[in-house]
Design a binder for this molecule. Structure first.
Ligand SMILES: [Zn+2]
Length: 200
């Protein structure tokens, strides 16, 4: 594909998406109206899905406590099926708003969906330091980019995750991270093969 020649080499996405999707139930984003922190979550009253993958088809609501903005998302229909959202990159997969939790780290952009996602990333990065035995859960994190997993970046990444935790406590437009803006790195389908251009 030559449509995006300036992008870094795309990385196959499938395995990564499998674990990222479980954090897609609660996503902090930049509000499209006021630039403060908004929340993207399943519509109230929906039953918890039986499978993580179902999260990508559940109707979502974006809501902002700063300005009162509210918007709903439902999966598009294609024939008899629904077209689910595709997680990955620095935009939420539903409204495609920039993630609120973004910061510079090791020359890259470190991002997360919410506090639980930060904790999971921190547990992985920190656990490597203590050389714990790998578990199936840990294996799901094996698809993180090398820069996040490399030993000499560990302190930097943990500091970056601490910055994201502090950002999660802020919500006003003026408190937004200066890198929380559109980057156009969400995953895209190319001829049926899913690629992603985001950092992880
Ligand atoms: Zn707002």
């Amino acid at each position: 594909m030559s449509s995006e020649p300036t992008r870094p080499a795309p990385v196959r996405h499938q395995d990564h998406g499998t674990w990222l999707v479980q954090f897609s139930g609660r996503i902090l984003v930049v509000c499209p109206r006021c630039g403060g922190r908004a929340l993207v979550a399943p519509l109230p009253g929906l039953a918890a899905p039986k499978y993580f993958s179902s999260l990508l088809f559940q109707p979502r609501r974006l809501s902002c406590t700063n300005c009162g903005k509210a918007a709903d998302w439902t999966a598009a229909r294609r024939g008899n099926g629904l077209v689910g959202a595709v997680p990955g990159g620095t935009e939420d997969p539903f409204f495609r708003q920039p993630l609120w939790l973004q910061t510079r780290c090791a020359g890259r952009i470190l991002w997360a969906y919410d506090e639980e996602h930060i904790d999971a990333l921190a547990a992985y990065v920190g656990a490597r330091l203590r050389e714990r035995h790998a578990s199936p859960t840990m294996a799901m994190f094996a698809r993180l980019p090398v820069w996040m997993k490399s030993a000499h970046r560990r302190a930097e990444v943990l500091a970056g995750l601490a910055t994201l935790r502090a950002l999660a406590l802020r919500s006003r437009p003026a408190e937004r991270s200066d890198v929380a803006h559109e980057r156009g790195d969400r995953p895209r389908h190319h001829g049926g093969v899913l690629f992603r251009g985001g950092p992880y």
